[in-house]
Design a protein around this ligand. Sequence first.
Ligand code: CTP
Ligand code: MG
Length: 234
Amino acid sequence: MSPTSPPDSPPDVGVLLPAAGKGERAGDGVPKQFRCIAGVPMLLRAIRPFASHPRVKEIVVALPAEHASAPPDWLSAVVGHHLRVVAGGATRTASVRSALQALDPACGIVLVHDAARPFVSAAEIDAVIAVAEQGAGALPAVPVSDTLKRSDDGRQVTATPSRAGLYRALTPQGFPRALLAAAYAAAGDALDATDDAGLVEAAGGRVVLVPGRATNIKVTTPDDFELAEALARP
Ligand code: CTP
Ligand code: MG
C-alpha cells in the first residue's frame, strides 16, 4: 500500500455524499438519512469525519429535490464555504453524477460516501486517499466471513458458493477525479449502480482494496438502526 500523504498536503479532496434516497427498506416514512441515531441525524454523522479532515476541501451533499431547496435546520447550519447541497436524482448513480458536476474543479481527488454509513473511521478515509493519490480507485472492504447460500425463491437452497476471495464493498470509495468522471461519462443515464468502483472497473480502471472496518455498516433495515444505536453508545 502507498504511504499516507504528509499532513501539510494541500486540501484537494472533494467528498460526494449521495443522500437522496427514500430509505424504503428502513420503513418509517422518513428518509433514513434524516433519522437520528443516539440523538444525531445519520447524515450529520456521515458528514462529520470528512468535515474535520484536513485534506477535504469541499463536501457536496445530494438531497431529495424537495429537501435540497429547504434543507433541515441542522444541515443548513453547516452549509457554507466547505459544504454545499444539490438536488439528487432518481437513482444513486444520478445523485452522484449531480454532486460530481457541482464539485469545485480544484478537487483532484474525489471520495464518494453513502450517507447511510454513519460510522466511517479516519483510518479508512486516509487509506482510500493514499491509494487514489497514486492513480487508482480505492475502496474499503471486509472479507466475507459467513458461509454463502444461493436461493432463487428465498427458501430452497440451490448452491453453497465458496466465499474464498470475496469481500464486502464499503465506502468511502476514492478516485482520481478524471478516472471517476470518465467512468460516469461512459455509464448510461439509466444505470443504477450501487457502487462507484464498479463503474470505474467497467470503464477499465484499476481498483484496489484497503482494509475496511466491520463497524462501518450501511444502515439499511430496521435491524440496522438497532445496531447503529448500539454502535453510537459512548
Ligand atoms: N441514494 C441517492 N439517490 C438515490 C438513491 C439512493 O443519493 N436516488 C443514496 C442513499 O440516500 C444512500 C446511498 O445512496 O445514502 C445508498 O443507498 P441505499 O442504502 O439503497 O439507500 P436508499 O436508496 O435510500 O434505501 P432503499 O434502497 O431501501 O430505498
Ligand atoms: Mg437504494
